[in-house]
Structure formats: C-alpha cells, structure tokens
Design a binder for this molecule. Sequence first.
Ligand SMILES: N[C@@H](CCC(=O)N[C@@H](CS)C(=O)NCC(=O)O)C(=O)O
Length: 459
Amino acid sequence: MFFVWSCDPGNISSSEHRSRPASTKFLLAPLLSLLSFFFSLHLPHFTFKMAFGKLYGLPDNGRTISVLVAAKHNDLDLELVNTQANSTAEFNSSAEYLKINPTGKIPAFEGANGFTLSEVIAIAVYVTSQNEKTTLLGKTKQDYASILRWLSFANTEVLPKLAAWYRPLMGLDAYNKKTTDEAAKTALKALGAFETHLTANTYLVGERITLADIFAASLLTRPFATVLDKTWREANPATTRWYNTIINQDSFKAVVPSPQFAEEVIKYVAPKKEPKPKAAAPAAAAPAEAPAAEAPKAKHPLEALGKPTLILDDWKRKFSNEDIRTVAMPWFWEHFKADEYSLWKVNYKYNNELKLTFMANNLIGGFQTRLEASRKYLFGAQSVYGENYNCVVYGAFMTRGQEWEPAFTVGPDYEGYEFTKLDPSNEADRKLVEDMWAQDVPVTVNGEVKEWTDGHVFK
Ligand SMILES: N[C@@H](CCC(=O)N[C@@H](CS)C(=O)NCC(=O)O)C(=O)O
C-alpha cells in the first residue's frame, strides 16, 4: 500500500512484495496521487500521508539502508517492499519487477507518481534531492561532485571487494580459502582510502554530514558486523570514529537501531553434513566448495505419484495474490487433501548456535535455493524470530506424498533441520501452519516471545 496513516511524519512502512495486478495499479496511481493532494492538508491531530514511493529492498541490505536513511533524514516516507537480493528469485525476475529494475537486483524505486529508478546512487540522490533545502548534497558544485565521488567509490570499489570476502564466509557464495584471503587483502586496501581521508577530515565531504557519509556507512554495516573486527577497528581508528558518528545519527538509528560489530572475523563453517554412505558421487574430490544449486539429472521421485487434485501452482497463485489469513488459508483448507500431501514443521536443529538475524535469514535463503529441484512438489515458509544472538529459525512446509525425504533430500542442508509431521485435523497444527505461512505473529520459545524478524517463502 502506498498510503501511510501517520501522526509521525517520516514513517517507513514495510510490506511483502505481493502486489495487486498491474492493471488495477495503473488505474489506482492517479487516483491515489489526487487523494494525497487533498489529504496533504493537515487535520488538527491527524495527518493522512502518502508515501513518496516504494523502495524494493531488504532492511538489512546496505544499499537499501542508504536510501532509507537518506529519506528519513529528509522526513520523506518510503514504503519498503521486502524483495530478495537474488535476481533469479520469482518476483525479481517477474516482468513486473524487471520494468522497475531490468537487472532484477535490489534496490529499486517506484514513485507514487509512477516514476521508476534503479541503481542505488541514482535512487539515493533522487530521494535526497526531494528536500530543496537538504544539506546532504553539499553547498557547492565541488561538494556535490565530491559526494558523487564517494558514492561511486563506496559502491563500486569498496562494497563488491568486501562482499567477495564476507559472502563466502557467510556461506552465501562458494568458499575457497585462497580466493577469500585474496579478496580480504583487496578489500582492506580499498578501505585504506577512508582511513587516510578521515584521519585528516571529520566527514567525507565538507564540515558536516552529507549523503556521502550516510551512503558509505550504510554499505559498511554488514562488513562491520562480519569482517571489520576489533583488531581492524583498533588499526583504523579514524574510520571507526567516523562510522560510530554516522550510525548514531537519529535518522540512521531509526533505520538500523543496533548495528553490529564483529569481535572477530566470522569463520567459514562448512554446511553440517553427515558423511553419506553412497561413495559414488565425489568423483571430482573438489575442495570445500558447495555447489549453488544442483539440477536434477534423473526424474524426481515424487513424479511417480502422478497428478494430484490440488494443483500446487493454483495454491501458490492464491497464496501470492490473496490476503493470506482471510482468503488464501480458507481456500487452502477447503482444497487440501491429506492423502495427496503432508504438512511438516521444519525447525532448524542448531538454533542455539545462531548469531545475527540476517545471517539466520541467509541460512534459510540458502536452504530454499538448494530445494529448487523439488519446487514442483513443495511449498512452505520459514522465518527468523527474535533478535541478534537470541533468534530461532522455524517454518512449515507442505510436500507431495507422505514422507519428507523425497522433497528435502535434493539439497544438502536437510540434515540441519528437524522434520515433524503435522496433523491437518488437529486445531493446533493447523494454527501452526497458518502462523508460519502468514509470517505475521511472534513465536513463544520456552516462555519467551520472539518477534518475527525476516523470512522466505518457498513457492
Ligand atoms: N549496480 C547496482 C548493483 C545492485 C546489486 O548488486 N544489488 C545486490 C544486492 S546489494 C543484488 O540485488 N544482488 C542480487 C543478484 O546479483 O542476483 C546498484 O548499484 O544498485
């Protein structure tokens, strides 16, 4: 929804990327603009504000954060539409999203007036410049050009190099020690430019905070949480002092309330996997690299079950297009057949080892990516509940057939999960399925309520 009822200007509302059909949107956009004009007149105790636009991205993604903070700084409402950092994901590769960002990546912007923009630097500058009096773009043409210089440097020279270091350690990309160590060296060299500059200057450009500072600090949130550890921070006091200054600004705290600092560089942990008796596969005896997604060579075992009466794609469409609680779930229970499908609680076995919530969410993303070969037979949702250093990964799936193994053993991660069969005739089990799929209520673990933080739907 574009509309934000707000007594507190500057709200950033968030929603899932389940939008109404394009044709309806087309008709609604001008109507909404008109309404916003009328309602921009403030009533004594109440303001009816319309978001300036939608930002497609993720709350823990540095590029997304940079735009949200710039918007917040200028009291501009943006609606965050949670969109995966995966250009091959279903929504990212849909015609609807590719119109907004032809690369399928995040972030992307869609204005309430229909204007669309991709590329984070362009979005950040556009959003910032909406406030005619903003100080974030500097005072002079030289300031402005210098700001662009830092935006470009951070976005193309620093972030990709750092990402080539922390992503493999986080299990997001294939890990190879030599390559990762080399990426660390290149990243640290690029970061050196910040330390040199900030040793002699308080901010990146001029004497006050600009978009350059907000942008660069946002892009460094994940590096600080994963690889720029205590030792690095001690060796780079100027960058660390500057980073602390920026993340403690109200506008930054409103978007990222508690940025994390790694004590030590995170360690690569190979996926948990018990050795398999089948000795036929390791022909290549490769190093510790995990293939991103394995394509099925042989027929999927569940194909033998034939065509069910509940067509999974029909359900997935309902789930994607309708309100989950009021329309999709009643439809689901009406059409679900316990002899065709089974329902499973799928909880992570090592919840006590989870640290940062965004890493837990990446764990879910990796698990689901490697279930690709079973997409025709599987539906479900998994979420992270709780906070950093106190979170759990819970979920629920429906699979064709009565066993979990055929659908889940197509990827290597299943050994990290506990599968518990649910009974669709049992009230509590039905509620669990609905809560996990709607992703809109907290869970209670050992008497402690943990709020929903993030998650992925496998559809
Ligand atoms: N040049 C783009 C790069 C955007 C980008 O790489 N986004 C990442 C997340 S930070 C992404 O969506 N990656 C998904 C993919 O590569 O599939 C920009 O500056 O906005």
